[in-house]
Design a protein around this ligand. Structure first.
Ligand SMILES: [Mg+2]
Length: 122
């Protein structure tokens, strides 16, 4: 299985990558939403995206909107992983087409549980 981690924090990229690799994902990282779209464009078969909200250039919400406007990525599962914890943000992300929402700071267990909820984990 192939996944992408989109976060402007290299530390968070590394932590999420480790969690996904433990679940047998092959992981590509991107530092903002635009880079994420570029990776999706050139990498067929990515099934899962873990996406930060606050990033330079293109934030996570805009990324979700652009992905959901593109039929090529209709089956991509998107989990927002963010410090934006208020209900309004959560609703906005889910309305835009995110499948699940996880709060920072997170544990590996929380991420695994979210992936089980969207049936993208093991
Ligand atoms: Mg960030």
């Amino acid at each position: 299985m192939n996944a992408i981690v989109i976060d402007d924090s290299r530390a968070t990229q590394a932590i999420l990558t480790r969690i996904l690799e433990d679940l047998d994902y092959e992981v590509t990282c991107a530092g903002d939403g635009r880079q994420g779209l570029q990776v999706l464009d050139r990498t067929p078969g990515i099934e899962l995206a873990l996406v930060d909200w606050n990033m330079p250039v293109m934030n996570g919400l805009e990324f979700v909107r652009q992905v959901r406007a593109d039929e090529r990525f209709a089956s991509l599962t998107i989990v927002m992983v963010t410090t934006e914890g208020d209900v309004g943000h959560m609703v906005e992300a889910l309305d835009a087409g995110a499948d699940e929402y996880a709060m920072k700071p997170f544990t590996a267990q929380v991420i695994r549980e979210k992936l089980e909820l969207v049936a993208a984990g093991t």
